[in-house]
Design a protein around this ligand. Structure first.
Ligand code: GLU
Length: 470
């Protein structure tokens, strides 16, 4: 039974690297019919915030990465950590150390000036036949893990291959502070054990913690999970992904008009591959996902590809869903979506042409507001040549059938009569009706408006130029 977990520290947003870790852990559990556990690592009280917890939960919900167990909060499990520490003290795999921070600093200073690596010297570590110093009166000790002194700690990383660290490289890690609170690595160990985690999939910024965690797991008699350390994500520019790159928080992608399935599809390919497949649904991803095809080298973010995927999914999304996603964006701009044309009609006409939900909102907005086309566009397209055609068009509108073909035929007839080309009439129509020079086919744009609105918007031609065409 496969059990994976996502264990974010709630110190900021759910960023894109965390989301990929979550996706891979989730998909691995789903692929194998296992369980996916959400654990909030909130023991760093100074840096953890309820807002960050909420941001993580929101991000996971937006992506649709549902958990089977949790969220577990480490701050609610402190008694468990303490109990395990007590057991370790009794078993001798942990011990009290009364060295003060000052003493530690002095020791490190001496080691450094002697050209060595600063490390704990084991002065409070119990050994057979060794007499320990007398604990200073009233001092509160830390608890240290009794790390093995010889041999190596090794694991076959499912991404990076075999990794071996000599135990002589590892200090006796502090697992509880003087006030009794457990430290980071220790909580992870107890949780991975008690939550029965079989596969730890996480960022490779944790590779250095792994040998320590394995040693503690072995000391408490816990099974050692398999580890898969994911390489980091670089920005478009090849630099480590950071806030400088803009949208690094998952919810910012929502703000910017991306669909979650596009982001998921994109993240799925970030460091993992299935042949040449670029486009896949989430169920498809779950079916294909494995740890064998994760690249150990860094993955580079490619915004263009993400945009391409987003446009792809926009074309395929169900219209009612897009309506539900675009309407709140319009309302947030103070635009009331009411009357004709319906938002669904507008979306269907434009979805092939836009890259994201905000662009869809941009084109939809012009249908619902009191439109004021830009003066320069009016001046450019309302000319002595085009105005008579517009007048003809307006005169004929009341009597024609209100559908795309008839409107298209009328436009063609008028330009032909004036011996001009299509765009000479299409452009002023576009600008007067939508304020934009680029729209879908002009006959279709005219046809989705109510006839009265078209007449009203085209009447501007007369007012702007004083030709009285209205
Ligand atoms: N809490 C850690 C982080 O947010 C992850 C710990 C782990 O996955 O073991 O980076």
């Amino acid at each position: 039974m496969i059990r994976t977990r996502f264990a974010p520290s709630p110190t900021g947003f759910l960023h894109i690297g965390g989301a990929r870790t979550a996706l891979f852990s989730w998909a691995y559990a789903r692929r194998h019919g296992g369980s996916f556990i959400l654990r909030i690592e909130d023991t760093d009280l100074a840096r953890s915030t309820p807002e960050a917890v909420q941001a993580i939960l929101d991000g996971m919900r937006w992506l649709g990465l549902d958990h089977d167990e949790g969220p577990f909060y480490q701050t609610q499990r402190l008694d468990r950590y303490r109990a395990v520490i007590e057991d370790m003290l009794v078993a001798g795999s942990a011990y009290h150390c009364y060295m003060t921070p000052d003493e530690l600093d002095r020791l490190r200073e001496e080691q450094r000036s002697a050209g060595g690596k600063p490390r704990y010297d084991g002065r409070w570590r119990p050994e057979a036949g060794k007499t320990l110093p007398t604990p200073p009166a009233g001092a509160r000790p830390v608890v240290r893990f009794r790390n093995p002194t010889d041999g190596v700690v090794a694991w076959d990383d499912l991404v990076k291959g075999r990794i071996e660290i000599a135990n002589s490289e590892l200090d006796d890690l502090v697992i509880a502070r003087p006030d009794g609170t457990p430290t980071y690595n220790f909580c992870v160990v107890v949780d991975d054990w008690e939550m029965g985690i079989t596969h730890v999939i996480r960022g490779d910024d944790h590779v250095n913690n792994t040998p320590r965690q394995i040693n503690i797991l072995q000391a408490i008699g816990a099974p050692v999970p398999r580890y898969a350390h994911l390489s980091m994500i670089l920005g478009d520019d090849g630099q480590k992904l950071s806030k400088r790159h803009g949208a690094v928080s998952v919810m910012q992608y929502d703000d910017e008009g991306y669909l979650p399935e596009a982001v998921l599809n994109y993240l799925g390919r970030l460091g993992w591959s299935h042949g040449d497949d670029e486009v896949f649904s989430l169920p498809q991803f779950c079916e294909w996902f494995d740890l064998d095809h994760i690249t150990p080298s860094a993955a580079q973010f490619n915004t263009e590809k993400l945009n391409w995927l987003n446009a792809h999914y926009l074309k395929r999304a169900e219209t009612p869903r897009l309506v539900a996603l675009v309407q709140p964006r319009l309302e947030a701009r103070g635009v009331t979506v009411t009357g004709e044309p319906s938002l669904a009609t507008i979306i269907e006409l434009h979805r092939e042409r836009v890259g994201n939900l905000n662009e869809l909102a941009d084109v939809a907005e012009v249908f619902y507001i009191d439109l004021h086309p830009r003066a320069d566009l009016l001046a450019k397209h309302l000319t002595p040549e085009t105005l008579p055609m517009l007048s003809n068009f307006i005169e004929r509108l009341p009597a024609i059938a209100w559908e795309t073909t008839a409107i298209g035929a009328l436009i063609k007839e008028i330009v032909a009569r004036h011996g001009l080309k299509m765009p000479r009439l299409a452009m002023p129509l576009r600008v007067l009706l939508t304020g934009m020079e680029q729209t879908p086919s002009v006959d279709a744009v005219v046809a989705i408006f109510p006839r009265a609105t078209v007449l009203k918007r085209l009447a501007l031609a007369g007012r702007v130029t004083g030709t009285g065409s209205s």
